[in-house]
Structure formats: structure tokens, C-alpha cells
Design a protein around this ligand. Structure first.
Ligand SMILES: Nc1nc2c(ncn2[C@@H]2O[C@H](COP(=O)(O)OP(=O)(O)OP(=O)(O)O)[C@@H](O)[C@H]2O)c(=O)[nH]1
Ligand SMILES: [K+]
Ligand SMILES: [Mg+2]
Length: 444
């Protein structure tokens, strides 16, 4: 894959569509435009053009835009062809592009990769863009936009800059200890800023769980003994009959999933086989799958049958210490009022809808509370979390060394800055001298 390649791809969605957008990027872009539309349209203005193949046959009429480098998404010469979104029209245009020497279809993500290599976007922004395209819920959209727009990168760049500065100060103390103009007591101000960065990192990492729930969704697993009403509950929540309901215990065997949108959050609800002792091999496999679904749960809805001893049920769950559990007393429409007190059991009925709003409210309590745009400046990926934890530990190490161990402190700070720099993909460690010489007048 040479940098001299010019790439093209259909950037809009499935065909047929009202309009289809083909993107072109690379050094051969301008020549291809001249050949196909007879001219290079004025930069960044939509021009209505006849689009032709190399034989001069008109393929379509559409809007053509040219973005000369470096002011384009990729940083290269780029163009967009806005065509009618017919399959044959798009096919013919892609074939015409492929016929030019030096032009080839783009690989997945290749436009963004070029944008990164040309310094147009850092990795966090690129991941944010990918998340914008994948976003299904309002919260996923807002999290993705915060990353793509650079809110999080600014934070990481600021930490990298401060860590580099701290290390530069320490190295200056090491290298130029005899020089009069290098202040000997920089250690104190540096330690203060390092402590502040630690606190900011910890606060930022506290948002990691929320970021994970927004991106991956909250996994809610319905469990309980056979026939207690698990599948009826998932059908009620889904608003359609996705699981088979019968009065035969052991009906559900496979794990059945439905994705809900609750206040803009993705919530994945799983219905599972009723757990009991059984000699039936298919049901045994279902129960095994139910247990593995439970292990992946962020929240468990435990339907408790009236025949069960609730004290024993909750005591057994306490010993498990898995995900938080909401205890539910199903089929409340059958209650004649003579039953025992429900205590912490939530009564519901999938027949009458009784208790369903209250149940949804209880589930909502397990979703992150994000009040303003700033609240979305949280890590969105485990890749970020791991690097942030590495950085945090390295700064803590630097702070733990005594003031005699300047080399060790500097090395820990180098590790910390590199860890944060790797998140955005711009690890620059070569600006240390610039920092030193801009802050001190050495060699006067
Ligand atoms: N009266 C009443 N009956 C219900 C309610 N919910 C479920 N049922 C009945 O209870 C029986 C079992 O329901 P399911 O939803 O299949 O129960 P399950 O827990 O999924 O059962 P398995 O998959 O076999 O473990 C069916 O006959 C349902 O019609 C309810 O709220 N009220
Ligand atoms: K059943
Ligand atoms: Mg079932």
C-alpha cells in the first residue's frame, strides 16, 4: 500500500439510495477529475457536472466537490462525487475510477488512516468517528461526538505536556546542577503538579465504567426457576413475542437477547433457561448457558417463585457476590392479598402491566448519570483505561522516589507521558530540550 496510491470508495450507505457519495483521495485525484468531469471544480464548492468514463460516455450528472490538500479530511487532494444512488450508476462510476492508473478501491478505514498519518486527526478522534458511525443510541452518539470533537484529546495532550515539562525540569536539575540559573527547588512545584495530575487521572478513570456501559450497553439477565415468567417478562420489555412462552417448565433453552433503548442508553436484556436439577441433556445445556450469561451480567433480574424460600434465595446470592440483583415477585395478578409480605420483592404482572414502570425505574438506577456535555469527557475504551492506569502508577512511582533518585523519577515520568501519548498516538519525547531551553537561560 504505497502513499502514492489514490483511493476511492462508496462512502454513503446501502443502495439504492437517493444520493450516493463516492470519495476519492490521493495525488491522482485532480487528474481523475479532469478526465471524468472535464475540469477541476473550484475548491470546496459544489459544481453540477456530467460524469464520464474514459471513453467519454456520460455515466451520470451530479455534484462534484474538490478539496485540495492539505485542507481536506485526509490531508491529501480529495474529491466527492454525489451521484444518483442507483446500483448500476454507482457500479459504472466505481469501474470508471478503477480504470485509471494509480487508482484503486480503498481498504476499510483507509481514509481515516491517511488522516491520522497526515496529522489531521489523533487516534482518540478517529475512534470517536468510528463510534459516531456505529452509534445506535443517544448516549452513544454524545459520547462519540465528545471524542471525535477533541474534548478528550485536549485532556490527554494537557497531561502529556505537563508530564513532559516535569521530566524536563528534573533532567535539567540532573544535567545542569552546577549552573546558577537552574533553580534547585523546582522539586516542590513539580511534585504539586504531579499530585494534581494523579487526582485528575483518578477522577477521569472513575468515568471508565460509565463509558463502558454507554458503548457496550448494560447487560441485564433475567433468571429464576422454570415457569416463573422469565420469557413473558422479556417479551413484555421487547414489546413483541421474541421468546416462546408455554405453561411447560423448561421451555426456554437458548439464551434470547433483546436490545432496548432506555433513556438513550443501550440495554441488552437476556432471557435464560430456568435453573433446576434435570436429567434432560438439552435442558442441561440451556442451564449451562444460563449460568454463563449470569456471569456476564451487569444487573440481574431474579424472578422469585412463591414456592421459594426468599431468605434462602437471597442468602445464596449474597454468597455469590456477582452483579447487583433486583428481586421480583411475578404474576401479581394472581395475588389474592393473602400472601406473605413481599419485603424487598418488586411485584410485577406481564398480564396487567402492574409494576412495570417501577421495574424500569429500578433498572434506570443502574445507568450512569451524565448531566452535561462535560460529563462525556470519559474514557470510551479499555485501551484508554489500561494506558491511563499505567500512567497513574508510573506517576505514583515517581512521587514515591526520594529527591535523591532524580534519574528514577525522570524515567517514571517518561513512562507516564508515553502511556498517555500512546492513547492519542502522538508520543513526542523529542521536545524535552525545547522545554528546558524555553524555561531557563542556561549558558548565559
Ligand atoms: N397470570 C399470569 N401468568 C403469567 C404471567 N407471566 C407469565 N405467566 C404464565 O406463566 C407460564 C410460564 O411463563 P414463561 O414466561 O414461559 O416462564 P419462564 O420462566 O420463561 O419458563 P421456562 O422458560 O420454562 O423456565 C405461562 O403459562 C405464562 O402464561 C403473569 O404475569 N401473570
Ligand atoms: K415455561
Ligand atoms: Mg422461558
Amino acid at each position: 500500500m504505497g502513499v502514492n496510491d489514490t483511493i476511492f470508495a462508496l462512502s454513503s450507505g446501502g443502495l439504492p439510495s437517493g444520493v450516493a457519495v463516492i470519495r476519492i483521495s490521493g495525488p491522482g485525484c485532480a487528474d481523475a477529475l479532469v478526465a471524468m468531469v472535464g475540469k477541476i471544480p473550484p475548491p470546496r464548492h459544489a459544481s453540477l457536472c456530467s460524469i464520464r468514463n474514459r471513453n467519454g460516455d456520460v455515466l451520470d450528472q451530479g455534484l462534484v466537490l474538490f478539496f485540495p490538500n492539505p485542507a481536506s479530511f485526509t490531508g491529501e487532494d480529495s474529491a466527492e462525487l454525489h451521484l444518483h444512488g442507483g446500483r448500476a450508476t454507482v457500479r459504472a462510476t466505481l469501474d470508471a475510477l478503477a480504470a485509471f492508473p494509480g487508482l484503486r478501491p480503498a481498504e476499510a478505514g483507509e481514509f481515516s488512516r491517511r488522516a491520522f498519518h497526515n496529522g489531521k486527526l489523533d487516534l482518540v478522534k478517529i475512534e470517536g468517528l468510528a463510534d459516531i458511525v456505529a452509534a445506535q443510541t443517544e448516549m452513544q452518539r454524545r459520547l462519540a461526538l465528545e471524542h471525535a470533537a477533541g474534548g478528550v484529546s485536549r485532556l490527554y495532550d494537557d497531561w502529556t505536556r505537563r508530564l513532559t515539562h516535569a521530566r524536563a525540569m528534573i533532567e535539567a536539575e540532573l544535567d545542569f546542577a552546577d549552573e546558577d540559573d537552574v533553580p534547585g527547588a523546582i522539586a516542590q512545584t513539580i511534585r504539586e503538579d504531579l499530585r494534581a495530575i494523579c487526582a485528575e487521572l483518578r477522577r477521569h478513570l472513575q468515568g471508565a465504567r460509565a463509558g463502558e456501559i454507554i458503548r457496550d450497553g448494560l447487560t441485564v439477565v433475567i433468571t429464576g426457576p422454570p415457569n416463573v415468567g422469565k420469557s413473558s417478562l422479556i417479551n413484555y420489555l421487547a414489546g413483541r413475542d421474541i421468546a416462546i412462552v408455554t405453561d411447560i417448565p423448561g421451555t426456554t433453552r437458548d439464551v434470547i437477547a433483546v436490545d432496548l433503548d432506555l433513556d438513550g442508553f443501550a440495554v441488552r436484556v437476556l432471557d435464560t433457561a430456568g435453573i433446576r436439577e434435570t436429567a434432560e441433556v438439552v435442558e442441561q445445556e440451556g442451564i449451562r448457558r444460563a449460568r454463563s450469561a449470569l456471569a456476564s451480567a451487569d444487573l440481574i433480574l431474579r424472578l422469585v417463585d412463591r414456592s421459594e424460600d426468599f431468605a434462602a434465595v437471597s442468602a445464596a446470592d449474597c454468597a455469590d457476590r456477582g452483579a447487583p440483583i433486583i428481586y421480583i415477585a411475578p404474576k401479581s395478578d394472581l395475588d389474592d392479598g393473602s400472601g406473605a409480605s413481599l419485603g424487598e420483592l418488586m411485584p410485577i404482572s406481564t398480564r396487567t402491566g402492574d409494576g412495570m414502570d417501577a421495574l424500569l425505574d429500578r433498572i434506570r438506577q443502574h445507568l450512569p448519570r451524565l448531566t452535561d456535555a462535560a460529563a462525556f469527557a470519559i474514557p470510551s475504551r479499555e485501551r484508554h483505561n489500561a494506558a491511563l492506569r499505567t500512567a497513574l502508577h508510573a506517576i505514583e512511582d515517581a512521587l514515591a522516589f526520594d529527591s535523591e533518585s532524580l534519574e528514577l523519577q525522570a524515567e517514571s515520568l517518561r513512562l507516564a507521558a508515553n502511556a498517555v501519548g500512546r492513547i492519542t498516538g502522538r508520543v513526542d519525547v523529542e521536545n524535552l530540550l525545547d522545554v528546558i531551553f524555553s524555561e531557563f537561560c542556561i549558558g548565559k
